[in-house]
Ligand binder design. Sequence first.
Ligand SMILES: Cc1cc2nc3c(=O)[nH]c(=O)nc-3n(C[C@H](O)[C@H](O)[C@H](O)COP(=O)(O)OP(=O)(O)OC[C@H]3O[C@@H](n4cnc5c(N)ncnc54)[C@H](O)[C@@H]3O)c2cc1C
Length: 447
Amino acid sequence: MSTPITLDHDPATVLRPADAGYDAARSVFNAMIDRRPAAIVRCRDAGDVARGIALARTHDLALSVRGGGHNVAGTAVCDGGVMLDLSAMRDVHIDPVARTAVAGPGCLLGDLDRTTGAHGLATPLGVMSGTGIAGLTLGGGLGWLNGRHGLACDNLVAAEVVTADGAVRRVDADHHPDLLWGLRGGGGNLGVVTAFTYRLHPVDTVLAGGLSWPWAAARDVLRRHDDLLATAPDEIATAVSFTRDPEAGPVVSIAVCWSGDPAAGERVLAPLRSVATPTVDAVAPTSFVAWQSAPDAGYPLGRRHYWKSGYLRELTDDAITALLDLVPHIPSAASGVGMQALRGAAARVPVDATAFPHRARQYDLLLLGQWDDPADDERNVAWGRRSFDALAPHLADAVYVNNLGAEGPDRVRAAYGPNHARLAGLKRTWDPDNVFRLNQNVAPARG
Ligand SMILES: Cc1cc2nc3c(=O)[nH]c(=O)nc-3n(C[C@H](O)[C@H](O)[C@H](O)COP(=O)(O)OP(=O)(O)OC[C@H]3O[C@@H](n4cnc5c(N)ncnc54)[C@H](O)[C@@H]3O)c2cc1C
């Protein structure tokens, strides 16, 4: 591929298509994504990021930003442009007294969890260790501590950011608080974050594990679980999943994580456990760090993914029927439907306090298609689309930005809802030329 780039070419920091390591550096989690940047800038610090931005701007090339490379939309990598690869920036520094952690933008969740866990501390992140902290935090960050301590973005107290003009800025409550508001959910729209500072909380042993029930009990399980969440303390977090076992058929499971006193957790969970006799009950005291990587084997790198998603605010009988009808048709053993509960502290933050707007008790519902063979693409994508259409009447006009594929501007608006206009205004201030557009893009507000 010929490119207009004439920069000094040092393969230690800039990879071109003919360089060793180029293919590995351009590959991302979702194997459906196969893009070829003209140059991959392997950043070591904010200075490299600023130079990468200048490179793209000088040559009028598209710019993409790779944190953990996990986003299924594949926006971390671009065709023919400049990709900033932050994956080597994986340092973590803990201040156990101030209870803060500063983490590099290439960190995966496991990097941060293991380091904070060594101090008996944690910050809310997601549910598997291979996800990047950068994209997860900038989009919101739903995981096992949300009920108790809010979303990942709610615990982002400061950041180092390189803005579109190439300046390296300190962002916190006293410096550019408007940017801090936008980083808390606004995705990669406002700048490249080169260090994330999180608030930490004491978290050590949790009562956690999976429960499964016979399919015949699925409706009762969903109802009992929903009733439980309506009144349960903030310490509980749950994720429902529906899968189809090739032999056993449809399965309903709920993963739970109780981050308070284990005896109290046993009491809170009792009504759920007794709704019907579980076929699996693996809920037991475990280290939070171990629990954070429990599902990893189910989501290996390099599978093909197609996701559709929305928020389910009310679990009506009709919504349950629509959900349960989908499961026998799941086309791949690795695919499923997930419902991650957003509740407690995460749901009590005012809608306008952060760019992430979805502050009500609800389920983040995800149709997760995952398979290996490209020959199965059509079948799996068709299932996702059909299933989403069937569920759409029960879903709010809202979606978690980190679950979006390439779905167009209306869906990005749905991801930001009432906060979209303020984000567009910030975009006009901080990135009027829309340099950071390879993301779930919020265009700069017009003057
Ligand atoms: C298997 C799996 C499990 C998941 N589980 C959860 C979960 O439990 N909870 C949850 O909330 N989400 C979850 N997600 C979704 C996840 O939050 C998003 O995919 C997220 O974007 C991943 O971040 P990343 O850094 O790996 O992404 P990347 O693909 O590297 O980046 C995604 C986008 O984020 C932006 N970006 C990345 N780094 C930076 C940076 N430093 N500065 C500015 N912008 C940047 C860019 O726009 C980029 O295109 C999961 C995803 C997968 C695939």
